[in-house]
Design a protein. Structure first.
Ligand SMILES: NC(=O)c1ccc[n+]([C@@H]2O[C@H](COP(=O)([O-])OP(=O)(O)OC[C@H]3O[C@@H](n4cnc5c(N)ncnc54)[C@H](O)[C@@H]3O)[C@@H](O)[C@H]2O)c1
Length: 342
């Protein structure tokens, strides 16, 4: 069945959305909305569709079946709610929004309008990460004990200074944690289950932004496992995200989207390395390898066709935001040991 897609945002990630959409047979880009007329027109010239600066006019464009939202994070709910009320299915970039209250309003609006709502967490579609999820679901790691997740990324000063929204509380909702760390927070919840208790600190150590560029948290999972998590955009030159998961049956280490070690008592079969991700996420926001986004979009289109929820629907997409809110809250709690005991 042919699908007509509207793209919202018109910046960096909209380019990825356009390329991912065009890679799927039967999918056409019918309109692109952005506040930057020049960028939006260029995208339409390269990928098709009618450019719009006026959001209401964009929403009325037909044919259009769904929108993909790639605007600043703090606009996702307002734009998604408006699209849902126009009968359009909504696929929103991570994070779903910058507050759970707004995420809930979007989830409600999609339900009321009977349209599908999905959230883009492309890591969930990566082959090694799916393999790890299967191992965990099969109990190959045994009882989970400990996880160590580090997002030591780097963004140059211009990443923030050239942007009207990145690193702002109003439109980014925070900094390194909610924008970059959210991918790994989502993975931890998806792979290991809910977190029930959090201790945390955040700081602005390098960049000239109002939000944090560094966050550190101690997590207690509902399973009883403990975790340490940290995310930063201040670690020059930027290192691949690393997640080390230890259970009673051994340890698995994930670097970027690759399983680099699986030291388990019952060794699993060797891994397929054919389709690993080529993005340099540790040092750039550009997503040139769009296969992860394509896989998310393919699932979303099937969800529409089969009238079922997408693999990562609004409620799933909300989980990482709820934990991030808890980390921000915990970072404000002043209980700490100021000096080691003499
Ligand atoms: N899944 C991923 O790996 C991934 C990667 C990058 C970005 N993202 C997400 O995509 C969204 C956009 O990120 P981006 O890197 O494309 O940003 P960007 O700044 O490159 O693009 C955002 C676009 O939104 C438009 N815009 C509309 N209203 C605006 C406003 N009020 N203020 C500022 N700009 C406005 C701007 O014209 C801009 O071109 C964010 O939610 C981000 O978290 C996801």
């Amino acid at each position: 069945m042919p699908y007509h897609i509207g793209l919202i945002g018109g910046g960096n990630i909209t380019e990825t959305h356009a390329r991912a959409a065009r890679a799927i047979p039967g999918v056409e880009i019918s309109a692109i909305h952005g506040t930057n007329a020049e960028k939006t027109s260029r995208l339409c010239r390269e990928h098709g569709g009618t450019p719009y600066q006026n959001f209401d006019a964009f929403l009325k464009h037909r044919p259009m079946d769904l929108v993909i939202i790639g605007s600043p994070s703090g606009l996702h709910a307002a734009q998604g709610i408006a699209a849902a009320r126009h009968g359009l299915h909504v696929l929103a970039e991570k994070p779903i929004e910058i507050s759970t209250a707004r995420a809930d309003a979007l989830i409600d609006a999609a339900k009321q309008s009977r349209v599908q709502l999905g959230v883009i967490f492309q890591d969930r579609r990566k082959p090694h990460i799916r393999q790890l999820k299967t191992w965990l679901d099969q109990g190959l790691l045994g009882k989970l004990l400990f996880v160590d997740a580090r997002v030591k990324w780097y963004r140059p000063p211009e990443y923030y200074s050239n942007s009207r929204w990145r690193g702002t509380l109003a439109l980014d909702g925070g900094g390194a944690l909610i924008n970059q760390g959210v991918h790994t927070v989502d993975l931890l919840l998806w792979l290991l289950g809910d977190v029930v208790r959090v201790q945390a600190r955040t700081a602005t150590l390098l960049h000239k932004i109002e939000a944090e560029d560094t966050a550190a948290a101690i997590l207690e999972f509902a399973s009883g496992a403990l975790g340490v998590f940290h995310a930063t955009t201040a670690a020059y030159p930027g290192y691949p995200r690393r997640v080390e998961i230890t259970g009673t049956e051994g340890t698995v280490i994930l670097e970027h989207d690759r399983i680099i070690a699986a030291n388990l008592r019952n060794a699993p079969a060797t891994l397929d390395s054919a389709a690993l991700d080529e993005n340099q996420s540790a040092s750039t926001a550009a997503v040139t390898d769009f296969r992860g986004h394509q896989a998310v979009l393919e699932d979303f289109l099937q969800a529409i066709q089969q009238n079922r929820a997408p693999a990562c629907d609004g409620l799933e997409g909300r989980r990482s935001l709820a934990l991030i809110e808890a980390i921000y809250r915990a970072a404000k709690v002043p209980d700490r040991v100021d000096r080691s005991p003499q």
